[in-house]
Design a protein around this ligand. Sequence first.
Ligand SMILES: C[S@@+](CC[C@H](N)C(=O)[O-])C[C@H]1O[C@@H](n2cnc3c(N)ncnc32)[C@H](O)[C@@H]1O
Length: 259
Amino acid sequence: MRTATDRTRFEPTDGSWSDYAAHEGLRSVLDPRDEEGIKNAYIDAMHKTALRHAGLPQAHEVVLDYGCGTGRLTRYLAPRSRAVVGTDITSAMLRGALREGGAPNTVFSHIDGVRLPLRDASVDLVVSVYVLQYFVAERDAYGAVLQEFARVLKPGGRCIFIEQVSYSGTSSGSVAEGAGPHDYLDGDAPVRFRVLQQGAVRLARPGALVRNTLLRRGFPRFLRRPVQRAVLRRNLQRRLEDLRHQPYVDWMFHLKRKD
Ligand SMILES: C[S@@+](CC[C@H](N)C(=O)[O-])C[C@H]1O[C@@H](n2cnc3c(N)ncnc32)[C@H](O)[C@@H]1O
């Protein structure tokens, strides 16, 4: 008999989440092939720049990091909020998160993929990065997860998702099927959530500005933040149709739960 976890477990096409978890640091949750670490540092920086741009939680707010992996963003959000609950379907990821350690206001919790161990209207912000892209095509599972987000969020609470989308339906090596932005917003999303902002935050084939700065060894650290902000601003202005030459882009959805 298939368990709830089996029905909602969608592994990457190039291995399993447990294989990913065996890697050190950012390779456990981003590109496991990036031995040099420059590409992953760039992805990590652009995701955090996008979270800051959308608006970090306030000091009194409770955050859910859905699909937290080894806690990359849980650790980033913890000092900026009252409490963060990191949830994941993969035990090996959560063991990695515990090994890396967390702030006292952090809890890590194993979930079946859908049902969240949280009371109704108890969360101010749901963050989910590189998780929904693995099952956005499974409409029942995807709809059920959005419904859970709406249940645990307070009225007016926010979601920030960063997931891969593509114009052409292609995707990165680990995602089975490319999806467009509308796929993430179909179903329950327009009913329960209002879109505050959406747009590209990182291109799979970065342009010269990124190659000459964020992906260049030795580029001065103090210049990185302003460049990241400039790149993000430029990317957010691009329309998906203008990104035809990109196999996929990282797309940010900033949503607000309707009252
Ligand atoms: C690529 S990692 C991203 C981890 C983290 N969000 C980050 O950006 O660093 C994807 C994570 O999603 C988790 N995951 C996949 N499907 C899930 C589901 N249905 N519910 C919860 N976590 C899930 C995997 O176990 C894995 O840890």
